[in-house]
Design a protein around this ligand. Structure first.
Ligand code: AMP
Ligand code: GLY
Length: 414
């Protein structure tokens, strides 16, 4: 079977790696892919949002299955167009992907169907928003929700910060002219629950936790994610049942009722608060870097599972009984400004996924993004996995990278 994976990050590298283990898959293509993916797949120079070229390529190569990674590709309708061209594609339609693209759509859906999430109000008038913030408690969460480009989330710990953020969003139109959603502040560990969804049917993947802050001990600015681990010792069976029965299954059913049935990976960004588990956000795709620690634990055939979802059958999902920890190596300066083009050596292991690399004109592997590499290790305990992942990281030679050393540590250090 021939498979085309759309995307170019660590997530897509992990998907390609999992597909390469399938006995059914003979050829893998990636559009556009990256330097690491190129070791396992044929990279084709097509942008992940160039729908027409992707469809033309898939037709010309008689691709049996397309797997879409990034949200941007879902949002421009890659799955819709592939399906119209009679090519099997794994992922939600553009309409269903709204659950990620529009905060208002997701929030309205959760309220209508009683899916637990933070209370919120939406405002376009600065004075009204200010009055609401003043009448409610601090901390509070302000999310820009306009149609214009850009998205801002501010967790305001003081009234001054909240007022500042409201001014930015509603008076100065820092992100464009739009609305602000003011949300109840929730507290507790966050975790990622990705499920394969086929209309009303929900098939859970193993859970993972991302680490969003740049430096050890959750210090520094928020990033796209600096590391992850799986599974999660702090999630009890009761938590799992609640997340399935009160959140993921009702959401899949709600999407069907709303006329936008979901197929693909539904990602619940959840928080375990002292008042129960609540939804922070939904994504319409595999998480990055969660995918890079979850898929290495999958022992069943991922190609069969993708096809089962596309065809409306029950997928087989079996997991290795071990822990995985993955550490991001990021360019110094990230998530702020950073330089590219530094040579990387000793990153040949199959357990290193590429997030932002390229081969330069001299044939060297060089840094080419904020997040550059992702080193994953397995262990019988989280501590063992952490040690092995750090060892893998220490072997990589590059003068412009930094990383966290404490991924997963909260779960095993008392
Ligand atoms: P979002 O883009 O909605 O996922 O928000 C980004 C981050 O802001 C989340 O990962 C949380 O860490 C934080 N956050 C969002 N909503 C809340 C909330 N209601 N209470 C506390 N933290 C939040
Ligand atoms: N790791 C967070 C995300 O994929 O959105």
């Amino acid at each position: 079977m021939k498979v085309l994976v759309v995307g170019s990050g660590g997530r897509e590298h992990a998907i390609v790696h999992a597909l390469s283990k399938s006995s059914k898959v003979t050829e893998i293509y990636a559009a556009p892919g990256n330097a690491g993916i190129a070791k396992l797949a044929m990279c084709v120079n097509i942008k992940d949002t160039d729908v027409n070229s992707l469809v033309e390529f898939a037709k010309a190569e008689a691709i049996d299955l397309v797997v879409v990674g990034p949200e941007a590709a879902l949002a421009v309708g890659v799955v819709d167009e592939m399906t119209k061209a009679n090519i099997k594609a794994f992922g939600p339609t553009k309409a269903a992907a709204q659950i990620e693209a529009s905060k208002k759509f997701a929030k309205d859906l959760m309220f209508k169907y009683n899916i637990p999430t933070a209370k919120y109000e939406s405002f376009s008038d600065y004075e009204e928003a200010l009055a609401y913030v003043k009448a409610n408690s601090i901390p509070t969460v302000l999310k820009y929700d306009g149609l214009a480009a850009g998205k801002g989330v501010v967790v305001a710990m003081t009234m001054d910060e909240a007022v500042e953020a409201l001014k930015d969003m509603l008076l100065d139109d820092k992100f464009g002219h739009g609305k602000v959603v003011i949300e109840e502040y929730l507290e507790g560990p966050e975790f990622s629950f990705m499920c394969f969804v086929d209309n009303e049917n929900v098939y859970p993947l193993e859970m993972a936790q991302d680490h969003k802050r740049a430096y050890d001990n959750d210090m520094g600015p928020n990033t796209g994610g600096m590391g992850a681990y799986s599974p999660l010792p702090f999630i009890t069976e009761e938590d799992y049942n609640y997340a399935m029965n009160e959140i993921m299954i009702p959401t899949a059913k709600a999407m069907v009722k709303e006329g936008v049935p979901f197929k693909g990976v539904l990602y619940g960004g959840l928080m375990k608060t002292k008042n129960g588990i609540k939804v922070i956000e939904f994504n319409a795709r595999f998480g990055d870097p969660e995918t890079e620690v979850v898929l290495p634990r999958l022992s069943s055939d991922i190609y069969d599972a993708f096809v089962a979802i596309v065809d409306g059958n029950k997928p087989v999902l079996e997991w290795e009984d071990c822990y995985t920890i993955g550490i991001v190596l990021a360019s110094k300066g990230y998530p702020g400004s950073y330089e590219k083009g530094f040579v990387i050596e000793n990153a040949d292991s199959d357990d290193i996924y590429h997030m932002g690399t390229k081969i330069d004109d001299n044939g060297n592997l060089v840094t080419n993004g904020g997040r550059v590499l992702f080193a994953v290790a397995k262990g019988n305990t989280l501590e063992e996995a952490n040690k092995k992942a750090n060892k893998l990281v220490d072997e990589i030679k590059c003068e412009n990278l930094f990383h966290r050393t404490d991924i997963g540590a909260k779960a095993y250090k008392k």
